[in-house]
Design a protein around this ligand. Structure first.
Ligand code: ATP
Ligand code: MG
Length: 569
């Protein structure tokens, strides 16, 4: 006869009932502790194993076990796994510091000569600043020869800060994409970031003109001036090797209305008018070699923080262009993949346009074959397109979830621990249960969501996909790079300038000169002067200085252009 049946027939003495209930509770508790201890042991064992390989430490568990991530896993997953990470948490939860501390650990390896590159794109806040100061601290202690080597590969571009900027002619032809593709991308970025949507017609116009400028190495500020110089544009179009561009400029552009052309001009103006130094940098002639940013030992600090009020559109345009350029370079078949690159984007939501979302999606799903690991840092998931959140969730290896409100915690619920071992809270009504009851899956999720809302800052719930242990609450390691003043003066200067920084004053002067040259050239061509006498810069458009242009003189068409009624061709 079973115990239950006997109890049913004979009843069980009260004392006996209580004793059994106590035993059951003890067994449940042991099982609970056993499960949790097994996970804790699996974590500790895995971390001991990782200690023997090159790794970085991202913090420690509540039991003070350092959480290690093998360096090799950071950029190339095993067997086709993703190697990307996503950090989110409310303001002040410590995301930027957590990511910067990770970058610092990687910089330690990089300075020591490991084949790794780091690209940091900071849309807001002090991420780039922290990383540069951390690099300074590492370099100050490094042998002189390593310091020189790292500084020679450093790119510092603090667009709204600092006294220098690298030249970055956004219309310099890249080896990674044909001019029309590159132009289409830039046109889309300018459209997304700098104004209300262009009509299809304007978009074509902008793409064709940008393609022409790319092909002929015309800086964007000079292209801007050309918009109102139809004859010059036509002369240039005749030099294009791209029949689509030539035909467009000669046959269609002439018929565009003044409103269309003004619309194009205003987009470009919003990019160029934001800051004279940036305009100088964008005017080239030099540009950033984005492929080199993926070479072992390269550090890139791309900083868009400190954006003045009203320049948010420009920040979006610049960051979107940076993302596109980095993506083209990363995914280029021509690039020889050597070592790993870690690409961090802090406040990523500020770089999102439809075009960047597409590019980032492509990166997320394909780039790991190219040895690149992406790290996205975002306050909230609500800020980024839902499709992208989905893609992130399926393509990341690490999820760092800091203190978060209900919406974000709910959107991240698949990364919350689910042990099935969370005791049910005692009911406020009726006698206490004589069994230890666990919460259902739904109840546990609900409780975890609430717990994420009260997590202390610097604490993160870290989920590592395919790890032999479950999600873990990790406390970020203390990170406190030296202040700028604490770094040696020459090192500080080298960090702020990077290997290719040019003083802003010099950039501004150069841009003014290029624009003045272009204007002088236009004036000369209108007056029928020998345009070959124009100063040196325009001579880069495929013609030796002083030689006569091969194309007919622009002036003969000036009168016809004035009518804009389509009989030009
Ligand atoms: N690991 C850490 N070591 C030392 N201080 C920290 C650490 N994490 C956070 N802090 C402190 O908390 C502050 C906020 O951290 P942090 O800037 O990383 O937050 P955040 O989540 O990036 O916030 P926001 O969304 O506003 O950018 C830091 O300025 C620092 O004072
Ligand atoms: Mg931050």
């Amino acid at each position: 006869m079973s115990g239950r049946f006997r109890r049913f027939l004979l009843g069980v003495p009260r004392d006996e009932e209580v004793r059994r209930a106590r035993e059951q509770i003890a067994r449940d508790r042991d099982a609970l502790l056993g499960d949790l201890a097994a996970d804790e042991q699996a974590f500790a064992a895995e971390m001991r194993r990782r200690e023997r390989t090159p790794h970085v430490v991202v913090g420690e568990s509540l039991d003070k076990v350092p959480y290690r991530i093998p360096l090799a896993h950071l950029a190339t997953g095993r067997d086709g796994e993703a190697a990307h990470a996503f950090y989110s948490g409310s303001t002040g939860s410590g995301k930027t510091m957590q990511a910067a501390a990770l970058v610092d650990s990687i910089l330690e390896r990089l300075v020591a000569g490991a084949p790794v590159a780091v690209v940091v794109l900071a849309l807001q806040g002090n991420f780039a600043d922290l990383v540069l100061r951390a690099l300074g601290a590492r370099l100050a202690r490094a042998p002189a020869e390593r310091r020189r080597a790292v500084l020679s590969q450093l790119l510092t571009a603090r667009f709204f800060r600092g006294a220098t900027l690298p030249e970055w002619n956004i219309l310099a032809a890249t080896p990674h994409a044909p001019p029309l593709v590159q132009a289409g991308t830039i046109a889309e970025v300018l459209e997304n970031a700098l104004g209300a949507s262009l009509g299809g017609r304007q978009e074509t116009a902008l793409t064709m003109l940008l393609a022409l400028a790319i092909e002929l190495a015309l800086p964007i500020s000079v292209l801007r001036l050309c918009l109102h110089e139809p004859d010059v544009l036509q002369d240039l179009a005749r030099r294009s090797k791209e029949p689509l561009v030539t035909s467009y400029v000669l046959n269609r552009f002439a018929r565009e209305s003044a409103a269309t052309i003004d619309g194009l001009g205003s987009r470009i103006d919003r990019l160029l008018s934001l800051d004279a130094g940036i305009r100088g940098a964008l005017a080239g002639p030099g540009t950033i070699d984005f492929a080199r940013r993926f070479e072992p030992g390269a550090v890139s600090a791309l900083d868009l923080s400190g954006t003045p009020l009203g320049a948010e559109g420009a920040r979006l345009a610049i960051s979107a262009l940076l993302v596109q350029s980095l993506a083209f370079a990363a995914l280029s078949a021509a690039r020889e993949v050597r070592g790993h690159t870690l690409l961090f984007v802090d406040e990523a939501q500020l770089a999102f346009t439809p075009a960047t979302a597409r590019t980032l999606a492509t990166l997320l799903t394909t780039v790991r074959q190219f040895g690149v690991g992406l790290h996205f840092i975002n306050q909230s998931l609500v800020q980024i397109p839902r499709d992208f959140v989905h893609l992130l969730a399926t393509n990341i290896k690490w999820r760092f979830l800091g203190r978060s409100g209900r919406d974000d915690a709910t959107l991240s619920s698949e990364f919350l621990p689910r042990t099935g071992r969370l005791p049910k809270p005692p009911s406020p009504f009726g006698p206490p249960s004589d069994r230890l009851e666990f919460q259902s899956r739904a109840e546990e999720t609900e409780a975890r969501i609430a717990a994420v809302g009260t997590m202390p800052s610097r604490h993160f719930l870290v989920t590592e996909r395919a790890a032999p242990f479950g999600p873990r609450e990790v406390v970020a390691r203390d990170f406190n790079p030296p202040s700028w003043d604490a770094l040696p003066g020459d090192l500080r200067e080298a960090l702020e300038r990077g290997a290719s920084g040019v003083p802003r004053t010099e950039l501004i002067a150069r841009a003014r000169r290029a624009e003045a040259d272009a204007l002088a050239r236009f004036a000369a061509s209108r007056e029928g002067d020998d345009v070959g006498e124009a100063p040196a810069r325009p001579a880069r458009r495929g013609r030796a200085k002083g030689s006569l242009p091969k194309t007919p003189d622009a002036i003969t068409r000036a009168a016809r252009w004035g009518r804009r009624d389509g009989d030009d061709s």
